[in-house]
Design a protein around this ligand. Structure first.
Ligand SMILES: Nc1ncnc2c1ncn2[C@@H]1O[C@H](COP(=O)(O)OP(=O)(O)O)[C@@H](O)[C@H]1O
Ligand SMILES: [Mg+2]
Length: 379
């Protein structure tokens, strides 16, 4: 009987729908999800994050304050998770915190990525050593800094008996092609919009956070000219490695294109946005030529039944299903990924993201923020 090796994964994604917090045990070869908690993000803080993402006139003071405020929300998520499972901070080896991205700028001479959610604040308020800032090391090593989840997908979802891809439909959709044998390589890339445009549109038109089950989209008609115009986006045709975010796919992007047309109902636009997400995923690679037999879907978009149905139609012969079937519910896959990364860093193990992000080679990702009374890495 091994004693547990508890790590916590903390994340708030592009959707800014809440903080995902998972407790995972790494005592065995396959990590085990032990407990989960979703911490709400106060509306005013969410609005500040959205303003930062849109780069619309927030000051450096507001950036600094949002960094600390978000760090406090992350800490609260951990404290609530520990309360739920009656665990003391001392029983957790470390937290792996992704932070909240406010700017992802992977191109140009001084490419950078910026996440808020101060890890000093997290380690101080929780008493748990916190590992954070995973993406910037990858970028410093010449990578895109994203996506990183494919490395975890490879370790968790590989099945030697079947060719499997993993599709994460968060705000942005990213695809992982698992390395199946010596003839294949792990690859992964941000494909484009997942839920972000559908969320933004229903929020604008109906004040709702998302289109539950894709039902509103199903009530409209896909508009082929609008769809063609949206698919015209050069990002879709770019070869990978590539990564993207709200910087590109946002309400302004949609509205500037919508302005070229008139006469579509709001529901037709939603239907077309769902079709855009599905088509852009399907067109991103030749699934059949790669021999993909299964697509395991994770992220909140796995709950969008209309979207999953459409993906299944567009990928004949390929089984499209929720990652829950493989023992990990879609909402917690990304949180698990950051607990997994913290475990790697804790043990001084590097991660080879080179085939995914374009980094020059394996690197130990993340910075370690020791808590005064917290556990210390073995190295
Ligand atoms: N029942 C549902 N029906 C349709 N979409 C859903 C449902 N539940 C969650 N979602 C979508 O999932 C999103 C959150 O997914 P998530 O994986 O947390 O994304 P991110 O990583 O960007 O935060 C929500 O904003 C929403 O669009
Ligand atoms: Mg989320």
């Amino acid at each position: 009987m091994h004693s547990p090796q508890y790590f916590i994964g903390l994340l708030s994604g592009t959707s800014i729908d809440g903080v995902d917090c998972v407790l995972a045990d790494f005592a065995h070869a396959r990590p085990r999800l032990v407990a989960t908690h979703s911490e709400p993000i106060p509306t005013s803080l969410r609005n500040d994050i959205l303003s930062l993402c849109a780069d619309k006139g927030l000051s450096l003071v507001q950036l600094g304050e949002t960094d600390v405020a978000m760090g406090r929300v992350f800490a609260r998520a951990v404290i609530h998770l520990l309360e739920k499972c009656s665990l003391q901070p001392g029983s957790i080896l470390a937290i792996g915190s992704h932070g909240q991205t406010v700017k992802h700028h992977p191109t140009g001479e001084h490419a950078f990525t910026l996440q808020v959610g101060d890890p000093n604040t997290i380690s101080e308020l929780t008493g748990i050593t916190t590992i954070a800032d995973f993406r910037r090391k990858d970028m410093a090593a010449g990578g895109q800094g994203a996506p990183l989840a494919p490395l975890f997908h490879q370790s968790y979802f590989l099945d030697s008996g079947v060719r499997r891809a993993v599709l994460n439909i968060g705000g942005i959709a990213n695809i992982t092609l698992l390395k199946h044998d010596e003839h294949t390589a792990l690859s992964g890339f941000d494909n484009g919009p997942g839920n972000v445009l559908m969320d933004s549109w229903i929020n604008l038109k109906q004040g709702l956070p998302y289109d539950a089950g894709g039902q509103w989209a199903e009530s409209g008609q896909v508009q082929p000219e609008l769809l063609a115009r949206l698919l015209d986006e050069p990002y879709f045709a770019r070869p990978f490695p590539k990564s993207t975010g709200r910087e590109l796919f946002n309400l302004d992007w949609l509205q500037s294109r919508l302005a070229e047309f008139d006469g579509f109902s709001d529901a037709d636009v939603q239907a077309t946005l769902l079709e855009l997400t599905a088509r852009s995923i399907v067109q991103s690679l030749d699934w059949a030529a790669r021999g993909i037999q299964e697509v395991a879907v994770c992220g909140g978009g796995a709950h969008n039944d209309a979207l999953l149905h459409r993906l299944s139609q567009l990928l004949p012969g390929i089984r499209v299903f929720s990652s829950a079937e493989l023992g990990l519910a879609p909402d917690w896959v990304e949180g698990m990924a950051f607990a997994w990364m913290a475990n790697k860093t804790w043990n001084g193990e590097s991660i080879d993201s080179s085939s995914v992000t374009g980094a020059r080679g394996p690197r130990i990702l993340g910075g370690i923020y020791l808590a005064e009374s917290g556990n210390r890495p073995p190295h």
